[in-house]
Ligand binder design. Structure first.
Ligand code: FAD
Length: 495
């Protein structure tokens, strides 16, 4: 028995698995196709600006802290997290502006001031979502719930006795509409479906737990940017003897008689009994497991959305903006129809503007700001992005002009962008989808790919495209689940 573990991909979950398993005593090698770690969490710089390229909102920091506690390292030596006082500023086409304070009472008061929705209603909704999280998270998020024996019994009993509370078969939009009535507040809470690339008009109301994470617990930003998290994990890998092999794309996962045999890299076979796959699950079946398994089932799942992102160095500062800003569209339903059904760019997209230099001053030169400007888009389906990106740029700049009353183009002195095909190229995310399968079905929580495969002993899956889902906290949870499955299935004698 060879207890050396190979991990494919140095994304967030790949690194977190490597650290946990190395700390426990396994020998771990991580193969990464790029020349650096991070996958969807990297950074870019130029002309004095620094940008987080992907993830920008950190919720549930305890999931990061839990990893540091596991290896006995003080997290604050590696990572300084700031809690934002205002999570996001929402701009509506009718001129309404709402600040989502991290303080629940202040947030509810801000909604009451700008709408017909009373403060108490907001507070009750967030309390409800806290209960929803308490009821469901241990089962649906933090245990390998496809492995029935691992589900905590007392939690399962509590869940079953409260099954009607979950509104499992209601969509997020139906719940929000019924609760709030006011179109603007419904839109604000519908938006949380986009946190895993889904459509609130089809996703289950259980996704409302996301608003609990942001509004009851808070939204955080690491000092010096999100990439600090990756840098910290790389340091922990090195400290615990993980071998990191960059510029090393894996070509195939070798399987023999339903058992893992090894990896093909640069045409050569390397033997392993335990492999953790941190790459996009669709890509894995299409490329790395090609020929071994009937993968049609997974390809029937709808993909989560993708995005076009502009990184603009802006030679001006804006007192009317926060770190996270949303410029809503008038017709949200139509926007999601364009993304998921018509698979076309919408000409009045909701725009997300992230300006980390508001709190991390060194991210932009004096008197300037680093704008990450993102819209949700369909996945890449042979779209001509060279033609579409300039179209998107034009409608974004027009909308910024309309809502913020500024001709931003005049102030852009640094510019880069990414498109769905660029995201696929960098991370091997199938068709540029950001979170693997979408949650566009009330059954989606039961359909996520498990962290293991019964018919391929020794193969595990960790990351944002498998259970429990995308986003930083869930990727950290995914890594914990997978590491524990490995301890259980391949115990070390002197652990
Ligand atoms: C634009 C964008 C915005 C986001 N915003 C947020 C946010 O605000 N908050 C939040 O919590 N989350 C956000 N996310 C999601 C979050 O970033 C991801 O869920 C998370 O980073 C995914 O990590 P992962 O472990 O799945 O690995 P990935 O990041 O998918 O990394 C996989 C790694 O595998 C490597 N790889 C692929 N194929 C091979 C191969 N054949 N051989 C070797 N290596 C290979 C890739 O190069 C990559 O490094 C965002 C994501 C994107 C793209």
């Amino acid at each position: 028995m060879n207890n050396k573990i190979a991990i494919i991909g140095a994304g967030l979950s790949g690194l977190a698995c490597a650290i946990r398993l190395a700390k426990t005593g396994y020998q771990v090698v991580v193969y990464e196709k790029n020349n650096s770690a991070g996958g969807k969490i990297v950074e870019l710089s130029g002309k004095g600006y620094r940008f987080d390229t992907g993830a920008s909102i950190l919720t549930l920091p305890e999931k990061v802290e839990e990893l540091f506690a596991f290896v006995g390292e003080p997290v604050h030596d590696y990572l300084k997290l700031k809690k934002l006082e205002i999570n996001s500023r929402f701009f509506y086409p009718d001129g309404t502006i709402i600040d989502a304070f991290s303080d629940t009472n202040k947030f509810a008061a801000a909604i009451e001031k700008q709408s017909q929705v009373g403060k108490e209603k907001v507070i009750r909704f967030l309390k409800r979502n806290r209960t929803l999280y308490d009821l469901t998270s241990e089962i649906f998020l933090f245990s390998p719930f496809q492995k029935i024996a691992s589900v905590p019994i007392s939690k399962a009993v509590k869940l079953v006795t409260n099954i009607f509370f979950l509104k499992l078969f209601k969509t997020m939009h139906t719940l929000n509409k019924k609760w709030f009535g006011d179109k603007r507040i419904v839109q604000l809470f519908d938006r949380y479906a986009t946190y895993n690339g889904s459509d609130p008009y089809r996703a289950s109301a259980t996704l409302s737990v996301i608003s609990h994470l942001e509004h009851n617990i808070g939204s955080y930003i690491p000092e010096k940017g999100m990439f600090q998290l990756i840098k910290a994990l790389v340091l922990l890998c090195k400290k615990h003897g993980v071998e990191l092999k960059f510029n090393t794309p894996v070509q195939e996962i070798k399987i023999d008689n339903n058992r893992i045999r090894g990896l093909r890299i640069d045409g050569k076979i390397y033997n392993y009994d335990i492999i953790i796959n941190n790459t996009d699950v669709f890509y894995t079946y299409k490329e790395l497991l090609n020929g071994y398994t009937h993968s049609d089932k997974i390809f029937r799942r709808e993909l989560s959305s993708s995005s076009i992102i502009f990184y603009w160095g802006v030679k001006k500062t804006f007192n009317n903006l926060q770190v996270h800003n949303i410029l809503f569209t008038e017709n949200y339903k139509e926007e999601f129809d364009y993304i998921f059904r018509k698979k076309m760019l919408y000409d009045d997209p909701t725009i997300y503007v992230y300006i980390s230099s508001k709190v991390n001053r060194s991210d932009a030169p004096e008197g300037s700001e680093n704008w990450l400007v993102m819209i949700n888009t369909p996945n890449d389906d042979n779209h001509n992005w060279n033609w579409l990106v300039p179209q998107a740029r034009k409608s974004i700049l027009n909308k910024i002009h309309r809502i913020l009353n500024v001709d931003l183009e005049k102030y852009i002195e640094f510019e880069k962008h990414s498109s769905p095909s660029g995201i696929e190229k960098w991370t091997n995310s199938y068709k540029g989808s950001l979170y693997g399968p979408s949650s566009n079905s009330v059954f989606s929580v039961f359909q996520r790919h498990a962290n293991f495969k019964k018919t391929m002993k020794g193969l595990y899956f960790a990351g944002g495209t498998v259970h429990p889902g995308g986003g930083i906290p869930l990727c950290m949870a995914s890594a914990k689940i997978v590491s524990e499955l490995v301890y259980e299935d391949f115990p070390l004698e002197n652990r």
